[in-house]
Design a binder for this molecule. Sequence first.
Ligand code: TXA
Ligand code: MG
Length: 331
Amino acid sequence: MTRPATARLYRGTPRNLARLARMLRDGELVAVPTETVYGLAANALDARACRKIFRAKGRPANDPLIVHIHDRAQLDLLAETNSAAERLARAFWPGPLTMVLPRRSIVPAVVSSGLPSVAVRMPAHPLFRQLLRRAGMPVAAPSANPFGYISPTSAAHVRAGLGRRIPAILDGGECPIGVESTIVDLRDPRHPQLLRPGAVSRRELESVLGVRVRMPTRRTAPHAPISPGLLSRHYSPRTPSQLHERFSAREVGDSRVDEAWIFVARPAGVSGENIFWLSERGSLREAARRLFHTLRLVDAQRFKRLHFERARGGGLADAINDRLARAAGRG
Ligand code: TXA
Ligand code: MG
């Protein structure tokens, strides 16, 4: 099959959505906007189509995909649910929450990297929802970036990373949340585990479930036995990076101009071409939304080293710090 030199961008017109839905049904890859980050989508029930995702991303086969659904009926098709999952679905779907549950046999093993579980999310992005409805099947989609690089939050990011490897991108503008979904393991509903912090906070999960939500240790993480340490360096800029508890003005002032400093809020008393911030006033929502875009911009400027300042507070701050720690290779 011939590939266009670079992926074609589609605006979300009814005609384009119908065409992209047909491509998905035909086993093609389509990059899609979600409220978190852009995803690289394929028919989740078609093993051959899903294998294309791994090839296009250069993703190892032991890193499972998230399956995206349009409605509740599709959840029952894919997974064995329980009362904890029902409650979280009612509270947070459609939205940035992914649940890991026992997998039904209709899900091809390649999607879950052979694990007996499957990760499922009902996304909120209106264009992606329309595409899911028209496609009429669940869609597997990891973030639409080459494996290990920073997740994309715009169609331009997707094109820069995967443009030559995929035929089509649905352009939904910038992703409003900007960090990937919260992932919670609900295989044992009495002992839920937070596998990845995101916009749905641990506290919100706990208040709906009425039980503690634990962070897994490396040993109990479901992917640990098949891919030890796989996720510890992820979302990574190419520039060597370091995460700091707090920057001192002196440390920053004394530093070399070829090292960049990335603050959450605009810092007082320091300025220069190597000083960056995620949000003028330190809004965590804005910081999350601009995080990956800023990392990409700074990474492109060929500094010798990047220094990140840890975000303060819970909720989105946990999600931001998780991504910064992984970018610095200590996740
Ligand atoms: O917001 C998001 O979650 C985005 C958008 C596109 O929905 N997706 C995303 O996928 O970030 P990504 O590239 O992070 O890959 C999915 C991750 C895997 O790396 C793995 O950690 C976890 O989801 N995962 C998938 N299936 C799993 C399973 N059965 N058990 C444990 N973890 C699983
Ligand atoms: Mg990813």
